[in-house]
Design a binder for this molecule. Structure first.
Ligand SMILES: Cc1cc2nc3c(=O)[nH]c(=O)nc-3n(C[C@H](O)[C@H](O)[C@H](O)COP(=O)(O)OP(=O)(O)OC[C@H]3O[C@@H](n4cnc5c(N)ncnc54)[C@H](O)[C@@H]3O)c2cc1C
Length: 211
């Protein structure tokens, strides 16, 4: 999954109403200012109502996008590294494609437009030095899926629609590995739904003596 974020500065004092995204924060800040003013009226009272106008509010917008599989992103058995049991570990290769980079640019320009229409000033990407092209580094969003993809054709997929291996009928993979692409939504509910379907199918196949 890819991610993009943009920070902005919004000045309230000029009579600009900030949308619901920050309304809660504005109310809280205002209440805190009033509370402080009640405690120490001679020092804080002049700030009442003017602090927000003078200093404004910053907000950030973050976007999530989908990743389409590409030939440069895959895992394989590492030819030289083994774990503490001597079992070879997986080695991953990863690369964003033009598809994801374009999504990120579109998100960024949309965020900038939203901020400018609200009367804000765009401060830039949250981590410009770390996130070249405005796109997060692969793995940052921690929703890694796939590697044992499902599909009808055993030549292009490892599992069938019930997460059962094409090549070994008594092998089922019930986790995020059967995903064929990475949607922009959180995956856990889909992982659970697929596992449920797998379990029902497995129970039926067991009754029939097929596995
Ligand atoms: C901090 C964090 C927050 C998240 N929040 C959300 C959220 O709010 N909503 C959401 O939908 N998703 C969320 N995710 C993503 C979600 O947790 C993952 O997509 C999901 O856990 C993937 O499930 P999985 O079973 O495929 O892999 P995992 O849960 O990673 O399970 C893999 C298992 O394999 C084991 N393993 C690895 N190598 C070996 C080996 N060689 N031998 C034996 N066992 C091995 C590991 O120990 C692990 O138990 C989050 C992820 C993280 C890290």
């Amino acid at each position: 999954m890819l991610g993009v974020s943009v920070r902005a500065w919004v000045v309230l004092g000029a009579g600009i109403m900030v949308a619901t995204l920050v309304r809660g924060d504005v109310a809280r800040l205002d209440a805190e200012t009033r509370l402080a003013a009640a405690d120490a009226p001679t020092i804080v009272a002049p700030l009442d109502g003017s602090a927000l106008g003078d200093y404004g509010v910053t907000l950030s917008l973050a976007g999530r996008g989908a990743m389409i599989p590409n030939q440069h992103t895959y895992c394989e058995i590492d030819p030289s590294v083994v774990d503490r049991f001597g079992i070879p570990v997986l080695r991953f290769s990863f690369r964003w494609a033009e598809h994801e980079v374009r999504q990120a640019r579109h998100m960024e320009s949309t965020f900038q437009e939203i901020i400018q229409k609200m009367g804000g000033t765009v401060l830039g990407l949250a981590n410009p030095e770390r996130e070249g092209e405005g796109i997060s580094i692969g793995g940052t969003i921690i929703h890694e899926l796939g590697t044992v993809r499902m599909g009808k054709d055993p030549k292009t997929s490892a599992l069938n629609a019930y997460c059962q291996a094409h090549d070994a009928k008594n092998l089922f993979v019930a986790d995020a590995a059967p995903f064929v692409s990475n949607p922009d939504k959180n995956p856990t509910l889909t992982i659970t739904a697929l596992a449920w379907r797998t379990a029902e199918y497995l129970a039926e196949e067991l009754k029939k003596g097929n596995v």
